[in-house]
Ligand binder design. Structure first.
Ligand code: GRF
Length: 189
């Protein structure tokens, strides 16, 4: 079976990138991570790509970023944003509709935007979580694919909550990607 080709956009640590790569190695996986694109030349995730022999490129210029990377995406079926700290332009987002997904560290629609874990702590919420969603031109607002709640205890702070959420991120992102791939493949038939 031919697997769907995935590109992963990162800006930093790359722990979600790693979990997506690892799960793609499973026999039942419908995807292959074909390319990593970073907007930060020092992103740790680039080392993870190299270790896994996945081609990577970095493009630090925000202006025209989309036009600069488009030529590398010709054979790509799905793009996963994994800690990618840049808003993509709406033309690009429209072109990749239902094939462009993101993970956000909150139980959306709560706590959209930056520092979601800290927002949850500040709000004294009793739970937060993580969500994988389709990307639309409204930030963190596209249709949810999969999400998971995480309890917030009185003793939790931003750091401890972030750690708990990250564990769940690493589980739901590969699952959500598999769901999206299944959907695309079923339409191709
Ligand atoms: C994750 O918490 C993700 O939800 C958010 O940015 C963080 C990226 O972490 N969008 P990593 O680079 O995948 O380790």
């Amino acid at each position: 079976m031919k697997k769907l080709q995935v590109a992963i956009f990162i800006s930093g640590r790359g722990s979600n990138l790693e979990s997506l790569i690892q799960s793609s190695y499973k026999k039942q996986s419908l995807v292959k991570v074909q390319l990593v694109i970073s907007n930060n030349s020092k992103a740790k995730g680039l080392v993870i790509a190299k270790k896994n022999k996945i081609p990577s490129i970095h493009c630090v210029q925000r202006k025209n970023f989309e036009n600069k990377v488009i030529k590398y995406l010709k054979n790509i079926d799905i793009i996963c944003l994994a800690g990618f700290m840049q808003v993509l332009d709406s033309k690009f987002v429209r072109k990749w509709r239902l094939r462009l997904i993101n993970i956000h560290p909150s139980y959306l629609p709560a706590f959209k935007g930056l520092n979601a874990q800290n927002q949850a702590i500040e709000a004294k919420a009793t739970y937060s979580g993580c969500s994988v969603h389709y990307v639309t031109s409204k930030i963190d607002s596209g249709k949810i694919i999969l999400q998971k709640k995480v309890k917030i205890l009185k003793k939790d702070n931003t750091e401890s909550l972030s750690k708990k959420i990250l564990i769940e991120e690493h589980t739901i992102y590969p699952k959500a990607l598999q769901m999206v791939a299944k959907k695309i493949l079923s339409k191709k038939k």
